[in-house]
Structure formats: structure tokens, C-alpha cells
Design a protein around this ligand. Structure first.
Ligand code: AMP
Length: 407
């Protein structure tokens, strides 16, 4: 096994480590593992990483570490990000991670009324260590007021591809032209098209590169997908549990209410199972996990709380009773099976409302998964084969919907 890298191996300030502990971050994510040492070393950086990889903390942690012991507090770092939501999220993460440090930050974003403008204007005048801003709004302030960015040492472009998609290139270039040339610049982007490389060439100096591959499920997992109406799902689930023998199975639902309900219904149908969700005390969760690991408890029904970080190697079946809203969660969920060189099977039930979500999952996993046919029960929605999908794709292909059970 690889020796595990912990946050303490980066030589971060003890107050930053305390902030991490308070946030519950125990282990660096891959982008953090790779980017933090380079940033602490003072390198410019171009990082290809998506939302959900922990990219925010990858730049926030070294920034806090750099700024923590400054005697003279002034505006030192500017983070440009495409949307108000991201600006607020980053600001919150700075607040959490710098809880034990004397670091301040202000979010600057567009929209709102005159009162918000005045409030942001005042905050900018008063100053902070870090400003997290959307480019358009920041440029409006810079163009009309006399804000001092002359002691700025760090510039971060977050979600650079999205900022360009939203038409912020001009604002970004105008802002950058007013910043000191001697600075450390970091750029994060989910994708690296040519125009992003060109932007990087024009504002970064000899950047180090980090690329976090999009997560894809292991090849050993047989991924099956069924189109099922919600009201048929239980019938289909019971049939599948009989059809595919398993030792340990996880069933994912979209909400804890659904988890609780399915747990009860399955129990009434004779399936030994327990519900796993965020309402449970830590002790109860650990107890369930022990039973599951030991094979005493064959089925756990849970929310995505279950999908991350459960360390059980012998799960042979993962069922998505609902399609996860975030495609990355699909990968996390089904990644619970097919571990430690074992084979695994995942089954996803897709209802007509979830087709769009399912398409995004297929885009993430990089292939179109054939629909599986079973003579059970179904829906009479628009035939998917007309959309060129599924095994019957093309002329006259049969929809793989579950058909009415003859039982
Ligand atoms: P991001 O990709 O920066 O949007 O982060 C995705 C989510 O992961 C956020 O909710 C962070 O709070 C969380 N996160 C980031 N780094 C870690 C870590 N090392 N351990 C646990 N959670 C993390």
C-alpha cells in the first residue's frame, strides 16, 4: 500500500491545520496533494480539475499559510470566479479554513440592489487580505474607484473555462493589466481548450501543471441500466435481488425519507436490510457498518452519505434506486463495488424524468450504456430508440422498458 500523505506533511502553519480539523478534512484530495506543495514553493500553476475535486482548498490552504504571519495586513490575493454562488462558496471555505487565523476575505459579485453595491464598495475600501470576485462586478468597481491592488501578490483564476464561456475575458484582461507583474498566478479549469492555454500563456510564468483525471468507474464493474417508472421500481428491485445473487448489496435513494420508506417496505417483503442516512448517530452508523462488513447484514439502503468513504471491499451489487443528481456521485456510488480486484455489478433505474441526468452520467463515464431488457413492468413514455439510444437504437428497435408482470 502507498504511504498515505496527510495534511501535516506539507508543513502548513498549525493554525491552518486546526482549521482543516474543524472543517473535518482529514486527508488531502489528489489535486490538493499535487498542487499544495507547488503553490507553497511559489510556482505559478495551471491545474485541470473539476468542481468536486477539492480544488478550492487546494489554493485556499497555501494562500492562508502565506498570509498568516504577515505583520502588515493589506489586500494580498485576488480570486476571480465566474458566479456569485462560487464567490460565496469560496468565501465561506476561506472563512472555515482560516477560522484560527487572522485572515479576512470579502466576496464581490454582481446583481442585487444599490444597497449591495454600497456594502461591497465599503468593504473594498476597508480592505481585506483576500477578495473573491466575479470579473464583471470587480471591474465596475475598479473602473470607477481608486482601489489599491498595488501590493497584491497572488492572483487565482478559478473555473477559467467557465469565465471565458460567460464572456469575461475582456474584464479579466483589464483587471490583470492593473495588477503588479511580480505575483504568483494560479489558474484552475475543468477543461483545457486552446483559448485557456492562450490565456495561461499570457498571464502565467513558467507554470507547473497538474491534471486530475475525470473519475471513471473501474472496468470490472458491469453497469446495467433499466428504464422503470417510479411506481414499478419496487417490483423490479425485488425481482433483481432474486435474479442476481449477492453477498452484500448497497441500494441508493435520493433522500433520507425515501431511504426510510424503502427500508421498511423491503423489510416487509422479507429482505433483511437497514437504513443508513445522516439522521443516524455516529455510533449507530458504525454499528451498521460493522454488521455489513462482517456479512451479517446483507443489504444497506442509504443516501449519498453511503457513497463516499465507506471502506468495504466485498460489495458485489450496487443499485441506484434513483439516479444521482450529480454525475460524480454515480461514479462514487458504483465505485463501492468492483474493489480489490473483484468483479461487481451496478444497476441503475432511470425514470422518464431522469433521462437528462442519465445523459450527463454517460457523458462523464465516457460511453453510452445499453439499456437492459427484462420482461417485467414499464412505462409508456417516448420510445428512446427513436433518440438513437439503447440496444434497439434505430429502426423498429424495442424499448427495453420493464413490461407488465404476468405474475
Ligand atoms: P471543491 O472541488 O473545491 O468544490 O470541493 C468539493 C467539496 O469537497 C467541498 O464541499 C469541500 O468542502 C470538500 N473538500 C475539499 N477538500 C476536502 C478534503 N480534503 N477532505 C474532505 N472534504 C473536502
Amino acid at each position: 500500500m502507498n504511504e498515505e500523505i496527510g495534511f501535516d506533511s506539507f508543513g502548513l502553519h498549525p493554525d491552518v491545520l486546526d482549521g482543516l480539523a474543524a472543517m473535518g478534512f482529514r486527508k488531502p484530495s489528489p489535486v490538493q496533494e499535487q498542487a499544495i506543495p507547488l503553490i507553497l514553493d511559489g510556482r505559478d500553476l495551471i491545474a485541470c480539475a473539476q468542481t468536486g475535486t477539492g480544488k478550492t482548498a487546494a489554493f485556499v490552504l497555501p494562500l492562508i499559510d502565506h498570509l498568516i504571519d504577515l505583520d502588515d495586513r493589506h489586500l494580498s490575493a485576488l480570486i476571480l470566479t465566474p458566479t456569485r454562488e462560487l464567490a460565496l462558496q469560496i468565501d465561506q471555505q476561506i472563512e472555515g479554513l482560516s477560522y484560527y487565523s487572522p485572515i479576512s476575505s470579502i466576496p464581490i459579485y454582481g446583481g442585487g440592489d444599490g444597497a449591495l453595491w454600497d456594502q461591497q464598495h465599503k468593504a473594498l475600501r476597508q480592505g481585506a487580505d483576500l477578495v473573491v470576485a466575479t470579473p464583471g462586478r470587480l471591474w465596475s468597481f475598479m473602473a470607477t474607484g481608486n482601489f489599491q491592488f498595488n501590493r497584491l501578490r497572488y492572483l487565482i483564476l478559478d473555473e477559467a473555462d467557465r469565465m471565458l464561456d460567460m464572456g469575461f475575458l475582456e474584464d479579466i484582461m483589464r483587471i490583470v493589466a492593473r495588477l503588479p507583474k511580480e505575483r504568483q498566478t494560479l489558474m484552475f479549469s475543468a477543461t483545457m481548450p486552446d483559448r485557456i492555454r492562450q490565456l495561461a500563456n499570457s498571464i502565467l510564468k513558467d507554470p507547473a501543471q497538474v491534471s486530475i483525471a475525470v473519475s471513471r468507474p473501474a472496468d470490472k464493474i458491469e453497469q446495467m441500466v433499466f428504464q422503470v417508472m417510479d411506481e414499478r421500481k419496487l417490483e423490479v428491485l425485488l425481482a433483481l435481488l432474486e435474479e442476481f445473487p449477492f453477498r452484500s448489496a448497497l441500494i441508493f435513494c435520493s433522500s433520507k425519507d425515501k431511504v426510510k420508506q424503502l427500508h421498511q417496505t423491503l423489510r416487509k417483503s422479507g429482505v433483511v436490510n437497514e437504513a443508513f442516512h445522516s439522521d443516524l448517530e455516529q455510533q449507530a452508523r458504525e454499528e451498521l457498518m460493522r454488521g455489513f462488513k462482517a456479512g451479517r447484514l446483507p443489504v444497506l439502503v442509504g443516501t449519498d452519505v453511503l457513497s463516499r468513504g465507506i471502506d468495504v471491499d466485498n460489495i458485489d451489487l450496487v443499485i441506484n434506486y434513483d439516479v444521482p443528481p450529480d454525475p460524480e456521485d454515480y461514479v462514487h456510488r458504483i465505485g463501492r463495488t468492483g474493489r480489490a480486484e473483484r468483479n461487481g455489478r451496478s444497476i441503475t433505474m432511470v425514470n422518464p424524468m431522469d433521462l437528462r441526468r442519465w445523459k450527463r452520467i454517460e457523458e462523464l463515464v465516457g460511453r453510452v450504456l445499453p439499456w437492459t431488457e427484462r420482461p417485467l413492468c414499464g412505462w409508456s413514455g417516448p420510445p428512446l430508440h427513436r433518440q438513437g439510444r439503447g440496444p434497439g437504437g434505430g429502426k423498429g428497435g424495442k424499448r427495453p422498458f420493464y413490461k407488465k408482470s404476468s405474475k
